[in-house]
Ligand binder design. Structure first.
Ligand SMILES: *Cc1c(COP(=O)(O)O)cnc(C)c1O
Length: 380
């Protein structure tokens, strides 16, 4: 086969449509580009969708996690329990706040933090648990909340993969003190870069709004729409505010989020059928009673062959990714904390075996079949 005959299947395609672009255009033609009414509208709609009292728009999920740690008073000398099976943003945010990430190994079937191992990692310095809903599937939040209450810890959910998730009737963010979302370029809804926090604590939401704008006590929108008054800066914050252009891109996608999820769910089910019984492929499990957001679809292969399979799939034009190699084995973490192979064996096993395949609503039928055929034959 000639190289030019190879049909390229992108790893990801976003879902920004003409209406979203028109809405962003309206903002660009208006006078007010930064945090204002359009951000307010998005925040109200996001809070309604996840069933939270309030939402706060920021520039990224990393910023959201960082600000939540600050808002819940976590910093120097404190420890935060999290998972090594995640993107490094999760544990990096703990260090941004001046605190120390403490890893707990994950469940082999889901890749989510193993709630039964959390208590053993709690010390007198522990202040919070930061669970990550890996690939979108919610962690065991009932267990995690119980542990947090017993030890008086905050729970800050990394919900970068999970705006749509429900588990045993519990929605994302419902049992946490706050949940942090990402609108990065490859996430379920996107503005290229962007993030948000949901919380049921209105006082914390107000504090988060100050913290996203340097700690200033009046927003740019207020300063613009109301008569000029001097503002003050009672606390030190960061520059993490979402702007009206980002919010305009997100409002329409949020309105379509259930439909987008259904399309991804249907593709994921076809993958599950297609890969069932293929020797050399193992799949992660969906916990019964879960609405799985299906942010990523991963397969597990023989770790000795993983990199070779990655290369061969790309040679066949199939976009792939690795989500994730265990965070504690990244160079900085090894050097700063002395982590080594064997420290979190379950996360390492997933990290060495995992391959993510394309999953997005725009995938055509023949593309889904092509991925199933190519992956099955390369693995065999
Ligand atoms: C993408 C991602 C983040 C970071 O999101 P940004 O918006 O890029 O900061 C954090 N955690 C997880 C699990 C992610 O996948």
């Amino acid at each position: 086969m000639d190289k030019t005959d190879i049909k390229k299947i992108e790893f990801f395609k976003h879902n920004i449509d003409e209406q979203d672009i028109a809405r962003a255009n309206d903002v660009l033609r208006s006078i007010f580009l930064t945090t204002g009414k359009v951000v307010d509208e998005f925040e109200t709609k996001l809070a309604a969708y996840v069933g939270a009292e309030r939402a706060v728009g920021v520039t990224s999920c990393t910023a959201a996690l960082h600000l939540c740690l600050l808002a819940w008073g976590i910093g120097e000398g404190d420890e935060v329990i999290t998972t090594p099976m995640t993107f490094c943003a999760t544990s990096n945010s703990v260090m941004h706040a001046g605190a120390t990430p403490v890893f707990v190994d994950v469940e082999a079937d889901t890749g989510n933090i193993d709630a039964d191992m959390i208590e053993a990692a709690i010390t007198e310095k522990t202040r919070a648990i930061m669970p990550v809903h890996l690939y979108g599937q919610l962690c065991d939040m009932k267990k995690i909340r119980k542990i947090a209450d017993k030890h008086k810890l905050a729970v800050i959910e990394d919900a970068a993969h999970c705006i749509e998730g429900v588990r045993e009737g519990v929605k994302v963010g419902q049992l946490g003190d706050a949940a942090c979302y990402s609108f990065y370029a490859t996430k379920n809804i996107t503005s290229g870069e962007g993030g948000a926090i949901s919380t049921n604590d209105p006082a914390k939401a107000d504090l988060l709004k100050m913290l996203r704008s340097h700690g200033i006590d009046r927003s740019a929108g207020d300063r613009y729409t109301k008569l000029y008054r001097h503002w003050d800066m009672p606390i030190l914050g960061w520059k993490y505010n979402m702007d009206n252009i980002q919010a305009a891109l997100l409002i329409g996608q949020l309105a379509r989020i259930e439909d987008l999820w259904k399309q991804r769910d249907a593709i994921a089910r076809r993958y599950e059928e297609g890969f069932a019984g293929v020797k050399g492929i193992r799949l992660m499990k969906t916990v019964p009673g879960c609405k799985h957001p299906r942010h990523l679809f991963t397969i597990l292969v023989d770790p000795k062959r993983r990199d070779e399979i990655l290369t061969k799939l790309q040679e066949r034009g199939i976009g792939v990714a690795v989500n994730y190699r265990a965070v504690h084995l990244l160079q900085y973490y090894r050097e700063r904390f002395g982590y080594k192979e064997g420290d979190f064996p379950v996360a390492e096993r997933i990290g060495d075996a995992t391959i993510s395949v394309p999953l997005y609503p725009k995938m055509a039928d023949d593309e889904i079949n092509l991925v199933i055929d190519a992956v099955s034959s390369v693995v065999r």
